[in-house]
Write a protein that binds this ligand. Structure first.
Ligand SMILES: [Zn+2]
Length: 265
């Protein structure tokens, strides 16, 4: 096998790079990540055997979060690092090797293209999609810390309003595990809005076994952090995305002010 073959077995010339960066020169203390930003599938994998209607659903990506993340990034001057490929190819917020990393079933949808994969095929997906994304997050955080730039990691996600037939009442949620600084502050600000049903580690919480970005990039460095999850039916069009970006910009400005007053950034 030649070198070219060894380095590019999955993504080829027709495929875009996995990492998407936006406002990379933003000087905000916040750093946004978006693990489920896109739903592209590398050409070599076809459609993974999944019907196209399914590939538009939440199982493939976080519906609406791209529009919110970029508008919010524009509002606040936040560096956003996002991943363009579908979570059905490899989930960039799962520890590699976890069953849900390269799912053979998602909610109730089978993913035939993920069945019976060899360890090598799994490794190639990791090497060409998962690793570059997380390597870039590492580099950016290390560079920020090196130059003394405060860094608060916000991991941006969206969740489906109905999962396995069960409706979810929350409009927005804070998801966290070890950080004790930002989650309570963000929850307080969200509840103060008065018109929101706010999830406190619901519909799910951050956990080392089921999450990657927050535990590895933020918690291992003791960075202040929270995951933000927005319900997808609220942000599935541009007007919803704009409204939520406007609202969150206002809220995050308050949060930033409080963190500065408390001298934690
Ligand atoms: Zn997500």
């Amino acid at each position: 096998m030649n070198d070219a073959g060894a380095t590019a077995l999955l993504l080829t010339h027709g495929d875009v790079p996995p990492v998407h960066e936006y406002n990379a020169d933003g000087d905000s203390p916040f750093l946004f990540t978006s693990d489920h930003y896109g739903r592209i599938i590398p050409h070599a994998l076809g459609d993974l055997g999944v019907p196209s209607s399914e590939l538009e659903r939440h199982i493939a990506w976080d519906i609406g979060i791209a529009g919110v993340a970029e508008r919010l990034s524009d509002h606040l001057g936040v560096h956003l690092i996002a991943q363009r490929y579908s979570r059905l190819v490899i989930d960039c917020n799962r520890p590699p090797g976890a069953a849900s990393s390269i799912p053979v079933i998602s909610e109730a949808t089978a993913v035939p293209g993920n069945e019976g994969l060899s360890d090598e095929s799994k490794e190639i997906r990791r090497r060409e999609i998962f690793d570059p994304y997380h390597r870039r997050i590492d580099e950016v955080i290390e560079a920020r810390l090196h130059r003394g730039q405060p860094t608060v990691l916000l991991s941006l996600h969206s969740f489906t309003p109905v999962y396995a037939g069960v409706e979810r009442p929350w409009h927005i949620a804070a998801l966290y595990q070890r950080d004790r600084t930002l989650p309570p502050l963000l929850l307080q600000q969200l509840r103060a809005e008065g018109d929101l049903v706010v999830g406190d580690n619901e519909p799910y919480a951050v956990d080392d076994a089921t999450d990657y970005t927050i535990p590895v990039h933020a918690e291992m460095r003791s960075l202040i952090n929270t995951g933000i999850e927005i319900r997808q039916d609220l942000i599935d069009d541009q007007s919803g995305q704009q409204q939520w970006a406007d609202r969150l910009a206002r809220i995050l400005k308050q949060v930033e002010e409080t963190l500065r007053m408390e001298a934690v950034i």
